[in-house]
Design a protein. Structure first.
Length: 150
């Protein structure tokens, strides 16, 4: 986490709350019941992760699009094309049952990490980008693994 500016780090960590909450309510039946009663089913268990995960993949498409604006020529075109893939993945691959959708989101976030690495290697991201993305992606994948396989 060294070198990551405070604001992106704190906002990124705060963005993990729905994934962590979803995993916690999957692991704890009593927390699941409390959450479903007080917050509703959409904010409980796999559903909060799936809904929020699709939003985050779409958001990250926008981030990558912004990075693509720094490129020129065929690299810019390639960057724009690659940047829409996470949103398309979320749209097409999260409409299944919770286990399959969780697995598909895991694939989507792993694929996003590959795209992050590509944009980083092209010099389009901040120098701290991969440190932040590795941390956040690892936690998201752990949370989705709990939902997909527990």
């Amino acid at each position: 986490m060294h070198g990551i500016p405070r604001s992106p780090l704190l906002l990124g960590l705060a963005g993990l709350i729905p994934f962590l909450w979803g995993a916690a309510t999957v692991l704890s039946p009593s927390l699941n019941d409390l959450s479903a009663t007080t917050l509703g089913a959409r904010f409980t268990g796999p559903y909060v992760q799936l809904f929020y995960g699709a939003i985050i993949l779409s958001f990250m498409s926008g981030v990558l699009w912004g990075f693509a604006t720094k490129a020129t020529g065929t690299r810019a075109t390639t960057g724009y094309i690659l940047s829409v893939l996470p949103a398309l993945w979320a749209f097409f691959m999260t409409g299944f049952g919770p286990n399959t959708a969780s697995l598909n989101l895991m694939i989507g976030f792993a694929g996003l990490l590959v795209l992050d690495t590509t944009f980083f290697r092209w010099g389009l991201t901040p120098s701290w980008w991969m440190s932040l993305r590795l941390l956040l992606t690892a936690i998201v994948l752990i949370c989705l693994t709990i939902t997909a396989f527990v």
